[in-house]
Design a protein around this ligand. Structure first.
Ligand SMILES: NC(=O)c1ccc[n+]([C@@H]2O[C@H](COP(=O)([O-])OP(=O)(O)OC[C@H]3O[C@@H](n4cnc5c(N)ncnc54)[C@H](O)[C@@H]3O)[C@@H](O)[C@H]2O)c1
Length: 338
């Protein structure tokens, strides 16, 4: 079966492509490298020379290129990962987040329409929930995103839902909690370049001595230890959720939103403690004030995903930390890389 994967050079898009290729799918991948480079693409092209086909495309501006790329390729499902994804950055350049994330989605939808393609799996985010007092979060929780990033994800869900209600597309919108870790095969590794906004690359940079201190934003939240609590999920669990969602949406109609999280909340300090035990590295920290757009607590009720797509997470925090650190154990290889 043939798939279109947007954002294929990124952390999750490349991890998904790798697993899908291993399972025998043919993957048409595209990316414009705005938040990635060619590393993952080269790995996938070398390992799967016949079944991974890549083109550099800016989805937000190059509609004709997208159309040509997928024309007559018998693609059955689109997995739309491409997006700008930093909560912090979205507060600084909101216009660019709206433009990139929405325009990319419109162009993907237009190309799908021209090709008569209906099945879509969308990368949404737990940030659509915002600051809810009711935790864990079910998919029915009120949607009041705090950040511009979260608002772009919610706006896209709205558009997709409307089109699905009019029977134009069928969509599984996956609300990810906090994916961490690298693939166990060690081929696709989360980038630790200095523009990465996710927590684990920042922790690893300090463990390697690339950065001096890890900044904990906020230690005055109403949580057990005052730091923000999140639902971290192993990248491999997240990817298996996508494969289950692809299977599901190919035989379903309409729009479904699904949480991909473990259902367990972990504070920033707990994460650091587990990481330091797993890596046997010190990670010096400093506390700073809360970040705009951040919420105190955010963790999933994954019951709906368990039921609807028969998906369950398998890995615990210790394994997430071990698998995050493993590719960087030989620190010399990465020292100074940024
Ligand atoms: N990593 C997380 O913590 C997390 C959490 C929730 C949701 N998500 C969502 O998952 C998806 C993938 O996230 P990721 O962590 O792999 O991020 P990433 O930045 O590593 O990957 C996203 C990829 O999309 C590409 N891209 C962005 N705009 C593009 C455009 N206009 N045209 C072509 N390519 C474009 C980037 O270059 C990048 O390679 C994103 O939609 C993100 O919002 C991620």
């Amino acid at each position: 079966m043939n798939l279109l994967v947007t954002g294929a050079a990124g952390y999750i898009g490349a991890s998904f492509s790798y697993e899908a290729l291993k399972k025998g799918f043919r993957v048409y991948g595209c990316d414009n490298f705005i938040n990635s480079d060619e590393t993952n693409i080269k790995i996938l092209e070398n390992k799967f020379p016949n079944d991974f086909i890549f083109e550099k495309i800016d989805l937000s501006t190059e509609l004709e290129k997208v159309k040509n790329f997928i024309s007559n390729k018998q693609i059955e499902c689109v997995i739309h990962f491409a997006s700008l994804k930093s909560v912090e950055e979205s507060e600084k350049i909101p216009n660019e987040y709206w433009r990139n994330n929405l325009d990319s989605t419109f162009n993907v939808l237009k190309a799908m329409e021209d090709e008569g393609l209906k099945a879509l799996v969308f990368s949404s985010s737990a940030s659509v929930y915002g600051q809810s007092k009711i935790q864990p979060l079910t998919e029915d929780t009120n949607l009041i995103p705090e950040s511009t990033y979260g608002k772009t994800k919610l706006a896209i869900e709205f558009i997709l839902k409307d089109l699905a209600e009019k029977s134009l597309i069928n969509v599984a919108s996956l609300r990810y909690f906090n994916p961490i870790g690298s693939h166990k095969d060690g081929l696709i590794v989360e980038s630790i370049s200095d523009n990465q906004s996710n927590i684990m690359p920042k922790i690893i940079r300090v463990a390697l001595g690339v950065d001096k201190k890890f900044t904990v934003f906020g230690n005055d939240y109403e949580t057990n230890d005052g730091t923000a609590e999140r639902d971290y999920i192993h990248i491999e669990d997240l990817i298996s959720g996508h494969l289950d969602a692809v299977k599901f949406i190919l035989h379903s109609k309409g729009f479904i939103e699904l949480n991909l999280g473990t259902g367990k909340k972990v504070s920033v300090l707990d994460l650091l403690k587990t990481f330091m035990a797993a890596s046997r590295k010190e990670v010096p920290i400093e506390f700073s004030s809360r970040r705009a757009g951040d919420v105190p607590v955010c963790y999933a009720d994954p019951t709906k995903s368990n039921k609807m797509i028969s998906w369950k997470s398998k890995f615990g925090l210790k394994e997430m930390c071990e698998d995050s650190w493993r590719p960087f154990q030989n620190s010399d290889e990465f020292k100074g890389k940024s």
